[in-house]
Write a protein that binds this ligand. Structure first.
Ligand code: SME
Length: 151
């Protein structure tokens, strides 16, 4: 994967100043899904720290019933509390997991920090087992640093 070729395109998508934030994030999700073959569902969840819930934001991929996820539940909810990346090579091996579709085999969630606060996350599902490496983590950390500039 030519990660360094993708980075300037991520920055360009997020700086299209005729679009609002959600439209930029949706375009970003589409770009990531189109560019990386094993990124089969790409979306953002945003935290409500008062109700301790995550709320689905822009995404591309199969429609999901999981538009609100309590902190602590599933991979996403755990990242809301841990503030750490969560790479799941095989979702079948996770007990605290919220299944969206039987086609999903693996997942990566990387928290989104704005001024040091975990305000949400990027969530990616894959149809293949164990596709994510440290390079995905570093790349998605870069993506979220760029996204953080919109807040
Ligand atoms: N699998 C996630 C739920 C969200 S969907 O992947 C879109 C989880 O366990 O938190």
């Amino acid at each position: 994967m030519e990660w360094n070729n993708l980075k300037p395109q991520v920055a360009a998508i997020l700086s299209q100043n005729n679009l609002d934030r959600d439209a930029k994030l949706k375009n970003l999700c589409q770009f990531l899904s189109d560019s990386i073959s094993y990124y089969n569902w790409v979306g953002f969840y945003f935290a409500d720290h008062n109700t301790k819930t995550l709320h689905l934001g822009p995404y591309v991929g199969a429609e999901t019933d999981h538009t609100i996820i309590p902190f602590g539940k599933g991979i996403c909810g755990q990242v809301a509390e841990s503030n750490a990346n969560f790479v799941v090579p095989d979702v079948a091996a996770q007990s605290n997991y919220i299944a969206c579709s039987f086609t999903v085999k693996s997942e990566i969630v990387v928290p989104l920090f704005v001024n040091g606060k975990n305000i949400g996350q990027i969530d990616i599902d894959s149809h293949v087992i164990d596709p994510f490496t440290e390079a995905d983590e570093r790349f998605l950390e870069f993506v979220n640093q760029e996204v953080a500039k919109l807040f």
